[in-house]
Design a protein around this ligand. Structure first.
Ligand SMILES: Nc1ncnc2c1ncn2[C@@H]1O[C@H](COP(=O)(O)OP(=O)(O)OP(=O)(O)O)[C@@H](O)[C@H]1O
Ligand SMILES: [Mg+2]
Length: 495
């Protein structure tokens, strides 16, 4: 007799007001497998996992663990059943130590005493060692990088005797090196018998890591297959149910006059940055995490204090001391951190879209609501933003759709210089192509784009010119023809 799968979710449905997020989804998990959940933005991946982890209640359907029906009441209950989740936004408490974070909420009475503090540290050290991590367990979490914090979350999950570990887009904020480290950890967990549900928009990761894959589309499960028996084109077809063209569009813009110039720009983190940007140009900025790419974007947008140097917009020296001034100079900034800087979560999709462009829709002191609505509708359609209406709160949209709203918001504003910081982070394959095509259209209209991205293929595929940053300085410049993966990487890494 075949043993029951570790987990069986059958006919799971979930409705939110105006949204059928999941429609009779089936999902099965075997012991010790890495099972990838794949699907477009808004397909229902996170919702399904939130039901499993007790964060949401299902509207209907059955869940079985080891062949036994369970009803998961809340996150604590899920934990007791051996189900843990690592979200993209981490849940650690910054000013507590690593050890305290790992054991937080358990044995609270002993927690305060010095002796047990020591036992705590010892236990934490064991767990961390098992993960190949050598950090000091009594160090404060706020001193750790994102990758290390994620490892602490994994250690915490292990200490809870997790049998099912859910990872929702764990790599989207990690560097190449850190991703390798995470993958090694995942393999080790798997050998230890832990089953992993892994959500990612990066198909390469699926082929490197996954045993099986389940594809969701529009809230339905459309297929489950062995990774070894499927292919990228097949998965894309299952996911989007339409033909996708070549990933990077043939760029059609002609490069025009200079629109932005930096001379010797220096801030607390940047040294002596000089370059110019032209109409119709995509200037890619490559570099490792911490190389100063985001600081550069922030300096141009008036967020970072400029200590020396000068910014010229259309040949005129400009003092950009606030985002407001940057916007007045025709600069738009798509931030990498959409939650804290890009969106107002309590406002609606429509309000967010129109935020930086109120002036545009105002004549004689009156806001033209119809004009506003039309513009919003256009971007919702162009970017395929999945929302029941303009009035929906952005906080209810899926991660990738929130990213698209940030993008749409700047497109509405008619800026002439765009800074895109990780524009395709967390968006699905189809939307990626659409964003690339949009960039192409924008530049064809004479807009200039600075694109910061950690995905080298994207930088190489889209840029007319690539600047490589290293420790707050420009370490090299390559034309589109000269820029290869090896050259750019070498330049970014050189000590
Ligand atoms: N709390 C909520 N209230 C209303 N609608 C919601 C809520 N949570 C999710 N939704 C909707 O449910 C659908 C599925 O969202 P979900 O977050 O599961 O997508 P996803 O597959 O994880 O997408 P992404 O790849 O963008 O993260 C979306 O249409 C989303 O807007
Ligand atoms: Mg999601």
């Amino acid at each position: 007799m075949e043993t029951a799968p570790l987990l069986k979710m059958s006919q799971i449905s979930k409705t939110f007001p105006g949204v059928l997020a999941l429609d009779k989804v089936d999902f099965e998990l075997r012991r010790g497998e890495v099972h990838v959940l794949l699907g477009e933005n808004g397909a229902g991946k996170s919702t399904l996992m939130k039901i499993l982890s007790g964060a949401y209640q299902k509207s209907s359907g059955e869940i079985e663990l080891d062949g036994v029906p369970v009803s998961i009441k809340n996150p604590r209950h899920a934990q007791d059943l051996g189900i843990s989740t690592i979200y993209q936004e981490l849940n650690l408490i910054p000013h507590l130590s690593i050890a305290e974070n790992i054991f937080l909420g358990r044995e609270p009475s002993k927690f305060a005493s010095v002796i047990d503090q020591r036992a705590l540290v010892r236990a934490a050290r064991e767990l961390l060692k098992g993960l190949g991590l050598t950090v000091d367990p009594s160090a404060r979490v706020k001193r750790l990088g994102i990758a290390e914090q994620q490892m602490v979350e994994v250690a915490k999950a292990l200490s809870l005797e997790t049998r099912i570990l859910i990872m929702d887009e764990p790599t989207s904020a990690l560097s190449q090196q850190e991703i390798k480290q995470l993958f090694a950890t995942i393999r080790r967990l798997k050998e230890g018998g832990v089953s992993i549900i892994y959500i990612s928009h990066r198909l390469e990761e699926l082929f490197e890591l996954g045993d099986r894959v389940t594809v969701l589309r529009d809230g339905r499960s459309v297929a489950t297959c062995e990774v070894a028996e499927t292919s990228k084109p097949e998965l894309i077809r299952l996911m989007v149910n339409r033909e996708l063209t070549e990933q990077f569009p043939k760029r059609q813009a002609t490069i025009g006059e200079e629109i932005l110039r930096l001379e010797g720009l220096t801030t607390s983190g940047l040294r002596d940055i000089s370059f110019s940007l032209h109409k119709g140009e995509v200037l890619g900025i490559a570099g490792l995490m911490g190389a100063g790419r985001t600081e550069l974007a922030q300096a141009i947008f008036g967020v970072e204090k400029i200590e020396a140097g000068q910014i010229y917009v259309k040949g005129k020296a400009r003092r950009i001391t606030s985002p407001r001034r940057a916007i007045n100079c025709g600069i738009g900034f798509l931030t990498e951190d959409r939650k804290s800087q890009g969106l107002v979560l309590r406002l609606s999709v429509g309000e967010n879209l129109c935020l930086p462009s109120v002036d545009k829709f105002t004549s004689w002191g009156m806001v033209d609501r119809n004009k506003e609505k039309l513009a919003c509708r256009r971007y919702i359609q162009e970017l395929r933003i999945r929302t029941p209406s303009l009035k929906q709160k952005v906080s209810f949209l899926s991660g990738g759709n929130q990213q698209k709203v940030v993008l749409g918001k700047w497109l509405c504003s008619e800026a002439e210089i765009f800074i895109f910081d990780e524009p395709t982070r967390g968006v699905d394959v189809g939307a990626k192509t659409e964003i690339y095509e949009l960039m192409d259209r924008l530049t064809a209209e004479g807009v200039a784009i600075i694109m910061i991205s950690s995905e080298l293929p994207e930088v190489l595929g889209m840029s007319d010119r690539v600047l490589v940053m290293r420790s707050g300085e420009i370490a090299g410049e390559f034309s589109a023809n000269e820029a290869t993966q090896e050259r750019v990487l070498q330049c970014a890494l050189m000590a």
